[in-house]
Design a protein around this ligand. Sequence first.
Ligand code: ADP
Ligand code: MG
Length: 253
Amino acid sequence: AGVGELVLEVDAIRKEFGGLVAVNDISFKVRAGEIVGLIGPNGAGKSTTFNLITGVLRPTSGKVGFMGERVDTLSAREIARRGVGRTFQHVQLLPGMTVLENVALGAHLRAAGGIWSGVLRTDRASEARLLHEAALQLQRVGLGDYLYEQAGNLALGQQRILEIARALAGDPTLLLLDEPAAGLRYKEKQALAGVLEQLRAEGMSILLVEHDMDFVMRLTNHLVVMDFGAKLAEGPPAEVRDNPAVLEAYLGG
Ligand code: ADP
Ligand code: MG
């Protein structure tokens, strides 16, 4: 996608769980080469919004457009195949496998469509191709020295970057990151921020859920604030930060 081109268009999406409105008619856009922050208190509906965009959940109403096409009716696998990559709020790695295998297997499962077809259908040539592609993505995010380390031996900050490399192996146009800096030390956050800035410079679009406001203020081009499922505010980070309704949601509750 060319810089500034519309990548993601979330149009009045709504998700009800029984009587609870977890996401209340939320709209926003992500353009190419932009990091958009999605922030809000716990329970605001951020992870549910991710699940609606990635096809894990179906919206009760509203639409999701990706690269000009409607995707909210497609399967999670098809949405991933079209170029929406993600990481999860809780680390989902195979700790006993190597860093390289974690990325290669992630990419392979996405391509093959399930663990059994994945294990059974790999031939030597495609395995070598996957490992090569995985190594390139790991070098891209600065983990090139850790290819044969067990994933579980990495520090948490490196595990989070490893998860990003795994998402990158699917060749996404848009990356959805759910609290990638949570629990990280200052230096690990700096390293993660450097990776995200580099990806943006390469033209990647990123939707970032994060609680650390310094991290969010440093990285994002645009901020969307949710509270109780609804959009509370939206705009340039410095303006949104000083919005009285946003201050109230964070400090007043
Ligand atoms: P956030 O990520 O902003 O902390 P979530 O999207 O996880 O918030 O949750 C938003 C609201 O929806 C919360 O009240 C949560 O309990 C509820 N919720 C999330 N997923 C489900 C589900 N599968 N079934 C019922 N309620 C859910
Ligand atoms: Mg969440």
